[in-house]
Design a protein around this ligand. Structure first.
Ligand code: PLP
Length: 411
């Protein structure tokens, strides 16, 4: 599916649909329809991507049949701490997966590859270092943070005492505000990372502030992990005590999560994942994560990461030329937010209209949004999936002009 302007499914086993239909015509048919939707639409959702056929095959493998509660730990303690027999091969696989991810990020941090998702990685990471009621200093959802960064409707906002740092008038994270609030509230954890933030995050400065106030520092790099792996975004390793990520966004792997931690936090992180937050690990997904790590170590991956950013800058530039407002005025990474606050329709209206013409993106709050989170005054636009499909800067400029034509009709 890579490096083609259209969608190359020569390696994809489309017979799978027919095979599934033999057991369940309804499920097989729905998967086939979704496949064709993904194949024919222009996919601009910043948190999505197309992983390789090898990753898909690993995730659909016989490892799905295996229970392996516990950890392999062959190297660290000399024996495994699994609660099931028959784990010889999954032990080897899980250790291999951990090694490969350390190699990808060039780090000696401990890594736990078992979290089923980014949210579960964050749940376990907080549990490893915090008690309920402890204070976290974080970024709000409408300024670009994630639900698990302290939203009142999420476990994070319910279990912990949240204090939020702000963005400045242009939408950039306000580091002075981070420092001032950190000194004021003395949080146990300072958290950064985002779902809708278009600029480089200064991990070094965050790390310094955390040290000044004796807080843990955690980075949720879910969105930008592929860019960090490809060397086009500064790394949080060396600055953060804990780094969490998803593997399915810019990283381009299977749907899942990872936690990295300074070695002294290893045991606390592991026991927060299992047995606290999860039961049996998804060894088939861990296999997919290992394949993804190997792909991220190839020279072509650096090119991909670089193109994601170059394409995003060109895409953004075309909107600016067409007279649109962009939150922060541009982008440094794979995502940007189109500001629709001056338009008579919402982010949701545009999302729905674009859906009808085969362009998929999502509504998103912008800083100080006057519309509700269900409507929003922005849309989030990302370049990772279509870069994977081979789109170049001119292709993205053309998509900007297509979106502009739709907006002109809606005015
Ligand atoms: N962290 C960030 C920054 C995210 O953007 C997301 C998902 O969008 C998550 C965590 C949660 O990931 P998941 O959907 O796998 O739970």
């Amino acid at each position: 599916m890579f490096n083609k302007k259209g969608f190359d499914d020569s390696n994809y086993n489309v017979d799978n649909f027919e095979f599934i239909k033999k057991t369940s015509p309804i499920v097989g048919d729905l998967i086939e329809k979704e496949y064709n939707r993904q194949k024919n639409n222009i996919e601009l959702i910043a948190s999505e991507n197309y992983c390789s056929e090898a990753v898909l095959a690993a995730c659909g493998s016989c490892l799905s049949w295996k229970y392996a509660e516990g950890y392999p730990y062959v190297r660290t303690s000399g024996n495994t701490s699994r609660y099931y027999g028959g784990t010889k091969f999954v032990d080897e696989l899980e250790e291999y997966c951990c090694d490969k991810w350390r190699e990808v990020f060039n780090t000696d941090y401990h890594v736990n590859v078992q979290p089923h998702s980014g949210s579960q990685a964050n749940f376990a990471a907080y549990k490893a270092i915090l008690n309920p009621g402890d204070t976290i200093l974080s970024l709000t959802l409408d300024n670009g943070g994630h639900l698990t960064h302290g939203s009142s409707v999420n476990f994070s906002g319910k279990l912990y005492n949240m204090v939020f740092y702000d963005v400045d008038d242009r939408g950039f994270i306000d580091m002075e505000d981070v420092r001032r609030k950190a000194h004021e509230v003395k949080p146990k954890l300072i958290l950064t990372g985002a779902s809708a933030y278009a600029r480089i995050i200064d991990f070094e400065e965050f790390g310094k502030i955390a040290k000044e106030v004796g807080a843990y520092f955690m980075v949720d790099m879910a969105h930008i992990a592929g860019l960090v792996a490809g060397g086009v975004h500064p790394t949080p390793f060396g600055h953060a005590d804990i780094v969490t990520t998803t593997t399915h966004k810019t990283l381009r792997g299977p749907r899942g999560g990872l936690i990295f931690a300074r070695p002294e936090l290893a045991k606390k992180v592991d026991s927060a994942v299992f047995p606290y937050a999860q039961g049996g690990p998804l060894e088939h997904v861990i296999a997919g994560k290992a394949v993804c790590a190997e792909e991220a170590l190839q020279p072509e991956y650096k090119e991909y990461a670089q193109k994601v950013v170059e394409n995003c800058k060109a895409f953004c530039d075309e909107f600016l030329k067409l007279g649109y407002k962009i939150v922060t005025g541009g982008t440094d990474n794979h995502v940007f937010l189109l500001d629709l606050s001056d338009f008579p329709f919402s982010g949701k209206d545009l999302q729905d209209r674009l859906d009808e013409v085969g362009i998929t993106l999502n509504k998103n709050c912008i800083p100080n949004d006057q519309r509700s989170p269900k409507e929003t005054s922005g849309v989030r636009i990302g370049t990772a999936p279509m870069t994977t499909r081979g789109y170049n800067e001119e292709d993205f400029r053309e998509v900007a002009r297509k979106i502009d034509a739709v907006i002109q009709e809606m005015k």
